[in-house]
Write a protein that binds this ligand. Sequence first.
Ligand code: PAF
Length: 284
Amino acid sequence: MIEVASELGVLRARVAQWKREGLRVGFVPTMGNLHAGHHSLVALARAHADRVVASVFVNPTQFGPNEDFSRYPRTPGADAEGLAASGCDLLWLPSVATMYPFGPEATVRVQVPGITEVLEGAHRPGHFDGVATVVARLFNQVQPDVAAFGRKDWQQLAVIRYLVRDLAFPLELLAGETLREADGLAMSSRNQYLAPAERAAAPALHRALLGVRAAMEAGREREAAEAEAVSALRDAGFVVDYVAVRRPGLELPGPRESGEFVVLAAARLGTTRLIDNLEFTLRW
Ligand code: PAF
């Protein structure tokens, strides 16, 4: 059985005990409704730590007014079972009142400038402020030595890197690989919103990213590769928010640049918004 803490004092006492024993503490923050991708992050944290804490908290401050906060799937029983099976020692399960004692709106906000205004930030205003705010609070609550985040939320991972660097959190960040279904669809708690026909169309998102990489490897211009992906996604029934090739710091690449790139995409099937990305290297 996994230990579950919902009071900050209980969490702090357990982590302090582990640290007195000289144990290294790993942390995996989540919003619950856990799937194999989350469990792989627990395994990653476990490989770098002696004890692992996972949090399950559906964070209201990172959802926009018309987003899915109230319908976001909450499955605490299954989450606790899955975490226990994947080697997690403690589940941190705070209420909104515990996380935001003065209310979500009245709390100190953390803003990460420079990379939060574009792509996801442009389509979801305030989203990354909510993420940075809750992750900073979670880091202060758990005080981990290492923390694992998924590459699937590529821009979020970049935001967290800046957060850790600028606020000098004394922890090591680990980046877990994106887990995919057999047909290429990136695992996500939101996949379960998809109706059967939408689920059948959804792998076109990953295929579009592979197409961008192949086109750029074949020497096509970035804009042409992005435009082809947008039109392939529209043909598959998506409404596209963006398909964008960027350098690792989210800078726009120049023509015929060599080095590391990432293509990021967000697109909607019906009311479900999916994101995905693919990292690649070009050598000219
Ligand atoms: O990636 C998520 O599930 C959330 O954005 C996170 C990091 C747990 C913060 O609420």
